[in-house]
Design a protein around this ligand. Structure first.
Ligand code: F6P
Length: 469
């Protein structure tokens, strides 16, 4: 049943929406627009389209905004009970599904699927049901619904049952686990997840590798027949070149650039930079990146005083103790390197932990080497953005486990993310790459990185979904 609300023809659903609210000291609400691929992708359809973005209230500010009826046209924020959201988002999505897809468990002691897990799974089902119901209420006849990510894996199946007329797509922004790892989940849960996604007309991934892993899980756990009603799509998400190049030359970036230059070395010093920018995320492998840099300084002493590792590690998911501990470990290892090797005028590591997009762009501009060494990553847009923005062209040290490796591998220096010694050697190779080769490779990396800008990524999915029988 379509309700009396205005019916939308294009709907997007994601846990995190395009806007967030905080309550100021005087009780008024402050709003902030987020960035990212989905926000710029959606801009392709223009504001006149009948589009609706359904998302969840994430914090107290968001909940207050919903209660006061404050909102943006085209955005529906769901005020799901805070306890349910906590169990679904922190308990299941980030502590189980994220860990499965990124293969993060230390298996001798975890995971433990006990009664507490079952309780949280109940919350995950409720949270998914709230989204499915809201989408069913607001979608026009035959509308296209694009559901995002592992938070909402059950939504396609639930929505299909409520509204068989809709065209439903699902997009996974993460990797997908190999079948033997996916099987860590309790059997009924793994099947429920697969069936949830197979409720979509199209279920899509960032690379062929993740799509194949999903298909294999379906074949082995549900049988080959299970794939008959669903198309599996691959849509690589690229960097937004026009936006980045323009944004990277605004005054706030220029200001950060001169601050960073001072931190790297006093005027006149000629030091190379190894740049990394990440959320402080377990899968990003920041600690091993620092250990590799440490090994570079200890085995190749010629680099002392001649290189700086500019590492930005922005807080993420700090409700989870394991993320807080990881953040502390990043800081500890960076401090230890500075204590061991630092001199009067040289800090070997310049670590920043306060999120600042303008400063990230300033670091991109300065990068001689970009270090992107995740354990596993759906795509990794930083690997694509740095070559586009770097002024002198950069050498890219890239993990073979990042989705971006499928597109950029040929012009990158590939590393096994667990091999610290090989990563140290790769950093040396990157730092010594001849100028002409470096700029040739960097230009090719930038071209490959921008081949599928977010608008095209979004429209390709929408068109493929609408054209489906
Ligand atoms: O990589 C998957 C993803 O959903 C991204 O789209 C996004 O950058 C990140 O995870 C969001 O994490 P969170 O909303 O938990 O901060």
């Amino acid at each position: 049943m379509v309700s009396e609300h205005s019916a939308a023809q294009i709907l997007v659903a994601s846990n995190r929406g395009p806007i967030s609210y905080t309550v100021r000291d005087d009780g008024t609400l402050d709003s902030r627009r987020g960035g990212g691929g989905l926000v710029s992708g959606l801009s392709a359809i223009g504001s006149e389209a009948d589009a609706l973005w359904v998302c969840s209230a994430l914090g107290d500010g968001d909940r207050e905004a919903v209660r006061r009826g404050v909102g943006e046209p085209g955005v529906l924020m769901l005020d799901i009970d805070a306890g349910i959201h906590h169990d679904a988002y922190n308990g299941i999505a980030n502590s189980v599904l994220w860990f499965i897809n990124h293969m993060l468990y230390q298996t001798p002691l975890e995971p433990v699927f006990d009664l507490e897990f079952r309780r949280q799974w109940g919350a995950y089902e409720q949270y998914n049901r709230a989204f499915a119901q809201a989408l069913a209420d607001r979608a026009g006849e035959g509308a296209a619904v694009l559901v995002q990510d592992y938070h909402l894996a059950l939504v396609p199946g639930m929505l299909r049952a409520l509204r068989p007329d809709l065209k439903i797509g699902h997009f996974s922004h993460t990797p997908w686990a190999p079948v033997d790892y996916f099987r860590l989940l309790p059997d009924d849960i793994s099947r429920q997840l697969l069936r949830g996604l197979l409720g979509a007309d199209r279920t899509c991934f960032l690379t062929r590798r993740w799509a194949d892993a999903f298909a294999q899980c379906c074949t082995e756990l549900l049988g080959a027949e299970s794939l008959k009603g669903t198309d599996i799509g691959v849509h690589g998400l690229g960097a937004d070149a026009d936006f980045l190049r323009e944004r990277a030359h605004r005054p706030d970036v220029e200001e950060r650039l001169s601050d960073l230059r001072q931190q790297i070395g006093p005027d006149g010093t000629d030091r190379k930079t190894i740049v990394r920018v990440d959320r402080t995320e377990l899968s990003k492998n920041i600690v091993r990146g620092l250990l590799a840099y440490r090994e570079l300084l200890s085995t190749r002493s010629e680099w002392r005083e001649r290189v700086v590792h500019v590492a930005f590690a922005y807080p993420s998911r700090q409700d989870l103790a394991v993320y807080r501990d990881y953040t502390a470990e990043v800081q500890r290892v960076a401090d230890a390197i500075n204590a061991e090797f630092g001199t009067e005028g040289w800090s070997p590591v310049v670590l920043h932990v306060k999120d600042d997009f303008a400063r990230s762009l300033a670091a991109y501009r300065l990068a001689d080497v970009a270090l992107v060494n995740p354990i596993r990553d759906g795509m990794n847009l930083v690997a694509k953005e740095i070559p586009v923005v770097s002024e002198a062209g950069c050498a890219l040290v890239l993990s073979r486990e990042a989705g971006a490796h499928e597109e950029l591998g040929e012009d990158a220096i590939t590393v096994n993310p667990y091999d610290v010694t090989a990563t140290a050697e790769a950093l040396h190779e990157a730092l010594t790459m001849p100028v002409a080769e470096r700029s040739r490779r960097s230009a090719r990396l930038a071209a490959a990185a921008t081949a599928l800008p977010p608008q095209r990524w979004f429209l390709d999915q929408l068109n493929a979904l609408r054209e489906q029988r």
